[in-house]
Design a protein around this ligand. Structure first.
Ligand code: PMP
Length: 402
């Protein structure tokens, strides 16, 4: 007999369960398009050369130690991360009404931020795009929100954003609802609003007094340009919104396991900052006490050194260019194979993922027949497609569709 016998298993986390299946699959030509991690042409993880170099530098520095960081993390890190998001010339930064705190990657920033909104701003409802990154709901539910709602986002027919549906759903939200917005490279659809569409979204949110919580997990990955990829967040701030933004350095620095993140707060009144910081400190203290230092010291060193920064931008370009090439290559092959349907969206979508439009049955067929693994939603990681598996992926998709 065990007290634990009352525990029933919960639903599996799709991406991780499927990933394990793929790892265990002995088939030589298998292709893993599941987890959102960058791969090289050799299908290997990529430690960015600038990251490797900085790690070595830090390891060789006698001053490097493993003391605890402060509860809110490294100040040079969070200052640089916040500036990267808001832009060096940001008015909010100049007016000292924006600040960041170091968190456990993007997920940690969402966790801390959502808890803060519930505990201190009395937030009750959150809204997430339909579809969204599958962890948004879990994180916000755990934070204690009373209820989560989907707002329309993906229009299957158009293979694009359902702007009418989105605006209608947001216009019906209760005041003070928290709206999760992907700042760029929407996961899973790869479809971002245009600036004109962001203008419309901001207008509804302002009118209905909705609170923006941006999720920036892919800055630099969408366009290859850090400023371009932050334009939505910056536009909202220019419009006078107070907001939160969760930043992840998992993808753009390739520091997935190091859990490097930042939670930015923008307020209209700098006198609110000491109290906010004090309450965020208590939230973090009760959750995990303080964040790890290895990854944040790498990011902080790179962001604060002009030469390393430039080198890093080159790495981002390498990654985003390779993804774009693979998009073009996949579309070209599907068109050549005369695979039924339009494949325009493969190149019009941006960021790491493509929302292929494959049905769950086609995805299942891809796996069982060809050992090509994708999420049930049809999302594939474009960063795992290479010139070596491109033909195989294309012909497998073709076979699944016809
Ligand atoms: N938000 C979105 C939309 C994501 O895709 C991810 C990564 N899959 C994250 C947040 C956070 O990831 P991490 O906690 O690894 O930074």
């Amino acid at each position: 007999a065990s007290v634990f016998s009352v525990v029933q298993p919960g639903p599996p986390i799709e991406a991780f369960a499927l990933n394990k299946e793929c790892v265990d699959d002995p088939f030589e030509k298998k292709v893993n398009l599941i987890i959102g991690a960058y791969r090289t042409e050799e299908s290997q993880p990529w430690v960015l050369p600038v990251v490797r170099k900085t790690e070595i530098m830090l390891a060789n520095n006698e001053k490097t130690n493993h003391e605890y960081l402060p509860i809110l993390g490294s100040a040079p890190f969070s200052t640089a991360a916040t500036a990267m998001l808001l832009g060096k010339d940001s008015k909010a930064l100049k007016e000292k009404r924006a600040f960041g705190v170091q968190t456990l990657s993007g997920t940690g920033a969402l966790s801390v931020g959502s808890r803060f909104l519930v505990q201190h701003l009395g937030a009750k409802h959150f809204y997430y795009s339909d579809p969204t990154w599958e962890n948004h709901r879990l994180v916000f539910q755990h934070a204690g929100f009373e209820k989560g709602f989907a707002y329309r986002y993906w229009h299957a027919g158009k293979r694009g954003i359902d702007m009418e549906g989105l605006l209608e759903d947001l216009s019906k939200a209760e005041p003070n609802s928290v709206i999760i917005l992907h700042s760029c490279a929407h996961n899973p659809t790869g479809c971002d609003p245009t600036l004109e569409q962001w203008v419309q979204i901001a207008a509804v949110m302002k009118e209905k007094k909705l609170f923006p919580f941006f999720d920036s997990a892919y800055q630099g990955f969408a366009s290859g340009d850090l400023d371009e990829d932050a334009k939505a967040v910056r536009y909202f701030i220019d419009q006078g919104f107070e907001l939160l933004c969760a930043q992840s350095f998992a993808k753009n620095f390739g520091l997935y396991s190091q859990r490097v993140g930042n939670l930015t707060f923008v307020t209209n009144d700098p006198s609110t900052i000491p109290s906010v910081l004090s309450q965020v400190t208590i939230i973090v203290r009760g959750l995990y006490s303080n964040p790890p230092s290895h990854g944040s010291s790498i990011v902080s060193t790179v962001l604060n050194d002009p030469e390393l920064f430039q080198e890093w931008q080159g790495c981002i370009k390498t990654m985003s260019d390779r993804i774009k090439k693979m998009r073009a290559g996949l579309k070209e092959r599907l068109v050549k194979l005369q695979t039924p349907g339009s494949w325009e969206h493969i190149t019009s979508q941006i960021g790491m993922f493509s929302y292929t439009g494959l049905t769950p049955a086609q995805v299942q067929y891809l796996k069982t027949k060809h050992h090509v693994y994708a999420l049930k939603s049809g999302r594939i990681n474009m960063a795992a497609v290479t010139t070596k598996n491109l033909d195989y992926v294309a012909s497998s998709i073709h076979d699944a569709v016809v």
